[in-house]
Design a protein around this ligand. Sequence first.
Ligand code: BG6
Length: 509
Amino acid sequence: MKKTDPHIIVIFGASGDLTVRKLIPALFNLHCRGFLPSCFAVLGLGRTQYTNDSYRKKVVDDNPHLMKNEKASHDNMAGFARHIYYQTMDSQKESDYAILKERLAATNEKCATQENYLFYLSTPPSLYQPIAGNLAKVALNKEGKGWKRLIVEKPFGYDLDSARGLNRDLLSSFTENQVYRIDHYLGKETVQNVLVTRFANSTFEPIWNRNYIHHVEITAAESVGVEKRGGYYDSSGALRDMVQNHLLQLVALVAMEPPNQSSAAAIRDEKLKLFQSLRPLTFDDIRKNVIRGQYVGSRINGTFFPGYREEEGVDPQSKTETYAALKFFIDNWRWADVPFYVRTGKKLPTRVTEIVVHFKPTHHRLFTFTNDHINSGNTLVIRIQPNEGILLKFGVKIPGEGFRVTNTNMDFHYDKLNDSYLPDAYERLLLDCILGDATLYSRGDSVEAAWAFVDPILKAWQASDGMKIFGYPVGTWGPEHADQLIEGENFTWRYPCKNLVGDGAYCEL
Ligand code: BG6
């Protein structure tokens, strides 16, 4: 276990939902599992008035997300709560930063945290720049004695221009090495396992290219809608909310070249190169190869589920997409002419995220497949969630006369691993930042490169009424037009179920 330095985690937006739902439970787990040093403190900041005690009660004692934890005994919780403090401040008020500096100095003295400070911006993005600037004005960016790091949440920019502006602003107060842009998908164990599958096995990498792979599809389906986030979501949409960040990160991990070492710089360099190789989509490509949809109300088993436009905080005339599917290419030696298909949507039949690699069929077909509609190529499914695992579909002989072939499954499930504790994404990411390891964080240049790919789509949708948005009933797999994206006989999207166990044998939605 790597040793973590003494430190203070300073949370801006400390009374918000993310802090209660994700950050405090992640820190609690790290604490219980012995990853945090004895000298650590959490300093929550916000405009709401709390004392240390009332804040501890809110985020520890009364936190329903923490109570679910099997380690949430009275002693563990009380021991953890003693590390938590609160300071009332207005993060937009420059004069409050002198108060913060004093409070940090006092906490640092009391808790012996060696002036190592991690600032977590769990605030609306409009506050990133003012907070970073104000921290710099009181020299809280200076790494004289201890380290100073800044974590920013998504959305990182609204389009290419704003992402560039935000990078420029942050980097005028902190250096790139101090800025950690979080993408919680990269904190998922199964996402990290994509790199291990590719680069720790000699079987896959030699065939991981245009000679053997027919196409790649990536699906991130959600059964939930926009919940209470209609206001945010309506000015975002699926492309900004999921594709620009989480899904393009998955594309990068599947498609990047092997890094020469497992360091943050080497891996992030390869991801950048991959983003730079995405073939820019022309207006015509966007019209043909990008499908957007919005869920509309539907009745399922007698119950009516309202459509997106009826959700709280959503414009009743909204044209924001809750579903996006796209086809694109990667212009490099490895992937020339291999189509990549990516889709995501809300209110789909089930929650599942998976990467499906379709291999080309054998060059010469010696045997008959039992079902001609089954494509004879092998398929590798990397299941990110739920039912995390890997599934390889391949042909076997049906016992009996002749050579008749059917597809069968060879599968691995994470829950079969002994001691397979799957840490929550925030747990892993917070720990990495405390350790100063930025491998699983997005670097500024690749965030911009990902925006450069997505930006023309946003512009085309904005500019032209000719770009249709299709309605799809709640509980379906999105607009049927998305099926037409996938070329080739016998190919369609894989319509996955929640279960990966016994895939194809039964379906649990
Ligand atoms: C967030 C999006 O980044 O990711 C949400 O803002 C989405 O809209 C969520 O629901 C999906 O994350 P996960 O981990 O549930 O797949």
